[in-house]
Ligand binder design. Structure first.
Ligand SMILES: *[C@@H]1O[C@H](CO)[C@@H](O)[C@H](O)[C@H]1NC(C)=O
Ligand SMILES: *[C@@H]1O[C@H](CO)[C@@H](O)[C@H](O)[C@H]1NC(C)=O
Ligand SMILES: *[C@@H]1O[C@H](CO)[C@@H](O)[C@H](O)[C@H]1NC(C)=O
Length: 285
């Protein structure tokens, strides 16, 4: 049994360390990569053990003593095979991070000589590297040719803490706009503007390709015009084809009429020839 005053001091110190003052250290990490939660231990005092915990007790480390290696016991099966403890201070190293590893961590260092303990707190957040954003453009053209555009930026499997911003470039001058949707307008005669969406989270940032305002707005009715043009072209070609068929038909009829009489005569002649040949062919038999 500990003497009572010492126990009170111990509890006070422990409460003081993990409670009011110390903010947890914020740590960000990348999904499926690794991270170390660095621990500082007093080197002038003998450490009895270090207890790492998250939602529950994660592992216990009894540091190496003269001749004896450190004793490490991983208790939480969620971390089995993925954690190691980096000497000399037995910092927690977690590899192949998963979403479930996010959360608060605590290292309790129990000292042997003074029977005191210190606690270090961490808050680990796991993020995924962002994929390239997708852009959708909606636009509306008014009578005077001015063009209202709405550009929407979107990232698949984005996760938490993603910020979207739109950068517009006009003669190499940049304007920023926060948020995933940019509403803007453009008039014929305006300078060429292009828009780029940038997404970022605490571990990555990535930009879309630049979207020029031109193709949507500079040529009002760009998709419609081309489609009506092709429609007209197709109709015209069809009409032409019908006309050609009609003309060919008429010509064929006319030619047939003209050829009827000579052809019939020819046929008669041919038949006569055949008969003659038939006779001559039969005679030797
Ligand atoms: C990492 O963990 C995932 C499951 O969370 C597993 O499928 C994968 O095989 C692990 N990768 C390595 C290299 O251990
Ligand atoms: C374009 O937006 C302006 C306001 O920004 C609005 O007054 C105008 O009616 C819109 N034009 C069209 C064609 O939607
Ligand atoms: C974006 O990420 C790159 C590394 O991929 C980094 O060098 C750069 O500082 C980041 N920029 C911002 C604004 O976060």
């Amino acid at each position: 049994m500990r003497p009572l005053p010492q126990l009170i001091l111990f509890l006070l110190l422990q409460g003081g360390n993990s409670g009011d003052g110390a903010d947890p250290e914020e740590v960000v990490a990348v999904l499926q990569e690794s991270i170390s939660l660095s621990l500082e231990i007093p080197l002038d005092e003998e450490v009895e053990n270090i207890i790492w915990s998250s939602q529950r007790r994660l592992a216990t480390v009894i540091p190496r003593k003269e001749g004896q290696p450190a004793t490490i016991t991983v208790i939480d099966p969620q971390y089995e095979g993925r954690v190691s403890f980096l000497e000399p201070s037995y910092s927690l190293y977690i590899s192949n991070l998963s979403w479930k590893d996010s959360g608060s961590y605590q290292a309790q260092v129990n000292l042997r000589t003074s029977q005191l303990s210190t606690t270090q707190l961490y808050n680990l957040r796991v993020y995924k590297r962002l994929l390239k954003p997708h852009i959708t453009v909606n636009f509306e053209i008014s009578g005077e040719g001015s063009c209202n555009m709405s550009l929407t930026c979107f990232v698949e499997e984005a996760g938490m803490d993603v910020t979207y911003s739109w950068l517009s470039w006009e003669d190499s001058a940049r304007t920023d706009h926060e948020g995933p949707i940019l509403s803007t307008s453009w008039r014929p005669g305006d300078n060429a503007v292009s828009y780029t969406c940038r997404v970022s989270n605490p571990i990555s940032n990535i930009s879309s390709r630049p979207i020029p305002a031109g193709p949507f707005c500079a040529d009002p009715g760009y998709p419609e015009k081309s489609s009506t043009f092709f429609c007209l072209l197709a109709k015209g070609l069809l009409l032409l084809l019908l006309l050609v068929i009609l003309m060919v038909g008429l010509w064929v009829i006319r030619v047939q009429k003209k050829c009827k009489i000579p052809r019939m005569q020819k046929l008669k002649r041919n038949r006569m020839k055949l008969r003659k040949r038939g006779k001559t062919g039969l005679s030797p038999a």
